[in-house]
Each structure stands twice: as structure tokens, then as C-alpha cells.
Design a protein. Sequence first.
Length: 324
Amino acid sequence: MYYPAYRPRRMRETETLRRMVRETRLSVDNLIYPLFVVHGKKVKKEIPSMPANYHMSVDILVEEASQVAELGIPAIMLFGIPRKKDEVGSEAYLDKGIVQQAVRAIKKQLPGLAVITDVCLCEYTEHGHCGVITDGRIDNDATLPLLAQTALSHAEAGADMVAPSDMMDGRVAVIRDKLDRDGYTHIPIMSYAAKYASSFYGPFRQAALSTPAFGDRRSHQMDPANALEAIREVGMDVDEGADVVMVKPALSYLDIIHRIRQEYDLPVAAYSVSGEYSMIKAAAAAGWIDGEKVMLEVMLSIKRAGADIILTYFAKDIAKLLGK
Ligand code: PBG
């Protein structure tokens, strides 16, 4: 195509024309809103590193969830902060654990809102690691049954989907097996399949109080330098029975989202993580960027890269803007 026969600017002339040929569109249908639940009553405490995100007790959380549902957002992702942490993350798989209580309360009030639960031990262990420790190392195979037990207890509480974020090898298979044996063949697994050892999780760890007491997460989360490995990782989770595969973080990993979209035919989710959110919030608060416009551009780019589903702390803001 050559100028002057073809002039790309013609179809950009008016908003009406631009609207007609727009290739990517954001929809509230694809959003998942992450929420943090704590013990207590009437608790609503802002997370300093993540403005407009809160630690909420179950009563307040149910009110919040009902606003989320009213905005048309189909799903929330729940993270719990336990009362007491221990060596083996016992409160992660307690029937009366905080996430289990929250799921029961929300599903009772809002049966139509999909409740997805994060399955990991890091918020529940006193050392802040995603698994049990044997001889100073995260013990993969000793952790698997605890993750399966956690997923099962979430399903028993009424979770609509479970989302393992721990990055232990083989976890999707053991979770699938456990759910199937206990009558939850219908509960899907969204695996954090290509989850990188990212510094973008900083604000979340303050939110979830899950900073490791020693070491870091590089023995199980992926090296940011690797892309081929993401294809292998996702392939394993697909073979083990994942129903949705996630790439995390999103913005620095658009190439990974794109490659996973090309390679597999399952729904692809992208987690636009806490650091991505907080950077936009901070720059907007300083008056350096237009926060709303940057947010929409970032979300659009994640979708354009190939994500079907986006997990984002901006979900409510996006839903409000799209609803206008
Ligand atoms: C682990 C988990 C983390 C996030 C989601 N699930 C933290 C981690 O791996 O250290 C990060 C989410 C975010 O940064 O928004 N339970």
C-alpha cells in the first residue's frame, strides 16, 4: 500500500470512524477484582502502598462485593490474612479460615458473583514462603498436599474457581485430583502458570503481609529473562488440567502473554499486579501522568497482547468508565 493511494489518516479522521475500525475493546466481562480479607468486624483499613485498596473484615467485604457485582464485574479474587501464622500455614486450609468464611458470606448474599480464591501458603506461613521448609529449602513435594487441601477447603466453602499461585511443580495435578475425588469435578482451576519472580509484587507483600523472612522466591517463581520456559510451564499446567492459564505480571510481560495466546487455545488471564497499579497511582497523584488515560491504555495493551481475562486493582475504575 502506497501513499497517496492509501492514506491511513483517512480512517482516523473522526471518532465515529475510529470507533468503527477499533480492533481491541475493553469489556467489564473480562475483569477480575482482587480483594483482601482480614479477621474482625467493621474493619476497613487502606493499604498504604495501594491507594483505594483495603484490608476488609467479612461484613465490609460483603458490602464491597455487592458494589463490585453492581458494576457488572463478574468475579473477585480473594486473598486472606490469617489470625496466626505458623510453620505449615495451617490457617490456609482451616474450614473456619478467613478466606473460607469470606467465601461463605459472599456466596450467601451474592450467588451470581464468581468468587475465585488464591491458593498459596505465603500469607499463612510465619516465614512467608509459599511452601513448607525442610533443611532451609522450600520442600516441593511436602507442600503439594497442603495446597490440595487448601483448594478443597475453598471449594467446600463455595468458591467458584481456585487459583494456585504458589509455583510448586505438579500442584495443578494434585489439586485437580483432590477436587475430583471429593465431588468438585465442576470447579475450574485458573493456574498462575507463568508467574515470574518479579519486583512488581512489592506493594502486594505489604498488603498481604507475606514478605519472606529470609531469601526470596527465585527458587520457584520464574526468571524474568526466560520466555521459552513460560511455554513449558504453561504446557505442564495445561496437561495437568488447568482451565485458565495466567501470566503474571502483565505489563512487563506482554510478549509472554502474546506467545502463550498463540501457543495454547485455553483462556489466557493476565495479572496486572500491585506494582503496576501503584506506579500509575503514584505518578498520577504527583500530576505527572493522566492516571485514567494511562490506566486504560495499559489495560488495552494487555488485551491487545492476547489476554482474555485481566486481574486488576483498577477493575472498579474501569467498570465505572465503561459504564458511562
Ligand atoms: C502469592 C501471590 C502474590 C501475588 C499474588 N499471589 C505475591 C507473591 O508471589 O509474592 C502478587 C499480586 C500482586 O502483586 O498484585 N500468594
